[in-house]
Design a protein around this ligand. Structure first.
Ligand code: FAD
Ligand code: NAD
Length: 469
């Protein structure tokens, strides 16, 4: 006999667990199934949270070595205790995943540990982690929130020791002498930053002729320059055609992306960070006829419905940015739709942040996208070097750029590179959600002295009258 719920969610990542909690808040009976030993998905277990814990720790280490002296704080004999740093990261993860288990209990979501497979459009079979099987039935909906997995390159064998994905890069037992990162995107630059700060030489091999390809080009260029000052080496427009792992490390064969002379590069550890692919293999989608697109993502309509009635999908497993908060917003919207509501989600107002130093944060359109679409816009820019708080803090790199419609002044995009950009982008996302104009931001009083004043000044600059520059 199947245990029956209103909603069964497969996957307890930021998409699935949030959808489950919201559906339960709205009065539905909910089961959430995940095959990991702890909830939270990629993000909490092997993604957002452990990477940010290591970014924070490595930033402290680098600050103690290079920055405190300028503040008149002398520290001698700064050394790295990597085991403690990694153990702290593991504790941060455990605290967070326990938090999700608590939220499941609080909201009466039945959390089931096991691998789920669709038996029919309204039935799921779970191979329980502890052994045995459980059959579940869904009265209203099955939500597929199975996320994504690291993409690999042909001929590269990941062993998570010498050739690693982000998962291995979060747990290296020692600091590699030379880390070669394949892919200059989010993971490559964040994890590259961690190990660079801890003392590794880092070379990033990127296929395209710029890093962070989706970001506004001006930010990408500024980020690359900043990382180069921190000692990163970049090999842009270059592809890895072969890797050979031996006793003394890995030898990579590189070639210009457009073809040409081959050369070799030696590494102690290679991080493969060339994107992520949707993870749907074990669900039995073919058998019940759920359609995928040409990239293997689950096809959904504007209401997250697949082509099979009663089966829905959200998060990394469907099209769109592979970001935790995008998955969570979709989870909330879908749960509310299932409860009969009419919520909406403005994808243009979803921010993206790269947690390097300096941070890079964006929301809305880039200048390249506006140019390509032929949209007339005005740009206002303000550098942190002219912001008093940035000077007081001693971090003056970067700028805020606001792009507004030339006719209506509506904010179309905000791009920030600088200290705490990831926090500051919240104001910009809110402005975009409310369809604010640049003048709305410019006329909003910002506390002094704060870094956020740079956002106000950039908004003033859209109309050509920034005060402090
Ligand atoms: P996931 O979090 O991948 O969760 C899916 C879950 O489904 C998994 O736990 C999986 O075990 C489970 N599952 C799959 N198939 C089955 C099955 N058949 N049965 C049972 N369970 C199943 N995003 C950000 O916004 N900010 C960041 O700072 C950030 N940092 C990241 C750092 C790294 C190193 C990585 C790898 C990713 C990072 N991301 C970040 C991306 C973020 O982790 C994902 O966008 C997010 O986790 C997607 O959520 P999801 O719920 O769709 O899927
Ligand atoms: P990515 O898409 O950010 O970057 C991949 C990079 O690899 C791109 O620059 C791409 O041009 C390059 N590339 C692709 N094939 C290549 C090849 N053969 N040789 C060299 N370079 C190649 O992907 P990622 O860094 O692996 O991260 C995956 C996803 O996880 C991200 O897209 C993002 O959605 C998410 N993520 C987010 C955060 C965050 O929000 N801070 C952090 C980490 C990961």
């Amino acid at each position: 006999m199947a245990d029956t719920f209103d909603v069964i969610v497969i996957g307890a990542g930021p998409g699935g667990y949030v959808a489950a909690i919201r559906a339960a808040q709205l009065g539905m009976s909910v089961a959430c199934v995940d095959k990991r030993d702890a909830p939270g998905g990629t993000c909490l277990n092997i993604g957002c949270i452990p990477s940010k814990a290591l970014l924070q720790s490595s930033e402290r280490f680098a600050a103690a070595q290079h920055e405190l002296a300028a503040h008149g704080v002398q520290v001698a004999g700064v050394t790295l205790d990597l085991r403690t740093m990694l153990a702290r990261k593991d504790k941060v993860v455990a605290d967070n995943t326990r938090g999700v288990e608590f939220l499941f209990r609080k909201n009466k979501v039945e959390y089931i540990k096991g691998a789920a497979r669709l038996a029919a459009r309204d039935r799921v079979t779970v191979a329980l982690n502890g052994g045995g099987q459980r059959a579940l039935g869904a009265r209203k909906a099955i939500i597929l929130a199975t996320g994504s997995d690291s993409a690999n390159l042909p001929g590269i064998v990941v062993d998570e020791q010498r050739i690693v994905t982000s998962t291995g890069a979060l747990a290296l037992a020692s600091v590699p002498k030379h880390l070669v990162v394949i892919g200059g995107g989010y993971i490559g630059l964040e994890m590259g930053s961690v190990w660079r700060r801890l003392g590794a030489e880092v070379t990033v091999v990127e296929f395209l002729d710029r890093v962070t390809p989706g970001m506004d080009a001006e930010l990408s260029a500024a980020l690359q320059r900043s990382l180069e000052r921190q000692g990163f080496k970049f090999r842009l427009g270059t592809k890895v055609v072969e890797t050979k792992a031996g006793k003394d490390g890995v030898v990579l064969a590189l070639e210009p992306a457009k073809g040409g002379v081959r050369e070799s590069l030696k590494a102690d550890v290679v991080l493969v960070a060339v994107g992520r692919v949707p993870y749907t293999g074990e669900l039995g989608l073919k058998e019940i006829g759920v359609a995928l697109d040409d990239k293997g993502r689950i096809k959904v309509d504007g209401r997250f419905a697949t082509n099979v009635p009663g089966v829905y999908a959200i998060g990394d497993a469907i099209a769109g940015a592979m970001l935790a908060h995008k998955a969570s917003e979709e989870g909330v919207v879908l749960a509310e739709m299932l409860a009969g509501g009419r919520p909406s989600l403005d994808y243009d107002a979803i921010p993206a942040v790269i947690y390097t130093w300096p941070e890079v944060a964006s929301v809305g359109r880039t200048e390249e996208q506006l140019k390509q679409a032929g949209t007339a816009y005005r740009a206002g820019k303000f550098p942190f070097s002219a912001n008093p708080r940035a000077r007081a803090n001693g971090f003056t790199e970067g700028f805020v750029k606001i792009l507004a419609d030339a006719k209506t002044d509506r904010v179309l995009g905000v791009h920030i590179i600088g200290p705490d950009a990831g926090t500051m982008i919240g104001e910009a996302a809110l402005a975009m959600e409310f369809a604010a104009s640049a003048e709305d931001i410019a006329r909003t009083a910002h506390a002094h002295p704060t870094l956020e004043e740079a956002v106000k000044e950039a908004a003033l600059a859209v109309d050509g009258h920034a005060i402090h520059i």
